[in-house]
Design a protein around this ligand. Structure first.
Ligand SMILES: *Cc1c(COP(=O)(O)O)cnc(C)c1O
Length: 227
């Protein structure tokens, strides 16, 4: 199957999952995860109508930023080191992986130099696995409160990465947990904080994530093939 056929297939599955959950399919956006894939694959997906691409590694992302002229919306989805933020300042549309205050401060500082505001998601380690990045569920509200005071960063929602399961249903409780946490944060009524995005679901489990409220699904393998 070609990249464009895979994309068409994923779009149909997104639509069906949203409709089955009684949701408007247009409230779910597809992030094509292009890490390790060559620029040519990205161009092919872009020509097939895909506009949002997610990358994990800053060096790879900046190389692609320099190489590709297409009006792509780039999202950072991987663990981000503070000392790398300066290389992507003003060049990405959303950072999904803010998991600590020091990183948020640096993002605000670098975007501030450009007179811009960076939209971000707070990454939460809902499963509590020690190998996963993300703030703890218990610490998320406090981190949101601290980040809300930063002038050049705007919190738009939450992101999570559940443990890997063969059965997508096994990931569902973690997706539901992220949605509940976002509702708690909304209820806290923190000025300047928007909880409009839930970034959850990957190739193996995006339908369950959509049924639990995902607004951004991050799909790599099912579009581009095995890495
Ligand atoms: C690689 C990656 C994905 C995509 O995973 P697939 O299983 O290839 O769809 C999604 N989110 C994050 C954070 C990733 O690192």
């Amino acid at each position: 199957m070609s990249i464009s056929q895979n994309l068409a297939n994923i779009r149909l599955r997104i639509r069906a999952a949203a409709e089955a959950a009684g949701r408007d399919p247009d409230t779910v956006r597809l992030v094509a995860v292009s890490k390790t894939r060559p620029a040519g694959d990205i161009v092919e997906a872009f020509q097939a109508g895909q506009t949002i691409f997610g990358e994990n590694y800053v060096q790879e992302l900046t190389a692609k930023l320099d190489q590709l002229q297409e009006p792509i919306q780039w999202h950072v989805i991987g663990h981000l080191q503070s000392n790398k933020v300066k290389y992507i300042a003003g060049r990405v549309a959303l950072i999904h992986s803010v998991d600590r205050f020091s990183l948020a401060e640096e993002i605000s500082r670098q975007w501030g130099k450009l007179g811009m505001v960076c939209p971000v998601l707070i990454q939460v380690n809902i499963s509590g696995e020690t190998t996963k990045s993300g703030t703890t569920e218990a610490g998320a509200l406090q981190l949101v409160r601290e980040c809300a005071r930063l002038p050049n960063l705007r919190i738009k929602g939450l992101m999570t990465m559940p443990p890997f399961f063969d059965d997508p249903e096994a990931a569902r409780p973690y997706f539901a947990g992220l949605r509940r946490l976002s509702e708690e944060i909304i209820a806290a009524g923190i000025a300047g904080v928007e909880m409009v995005e839930l970034s959850m679901g990957m190739s193996g489990d995006f339908e369950a994530a959509i049924q639990e409220g995902a607004t951004l699904v991050r799909v790599g393998t099912a579009i581009f093939g095995e890495r």
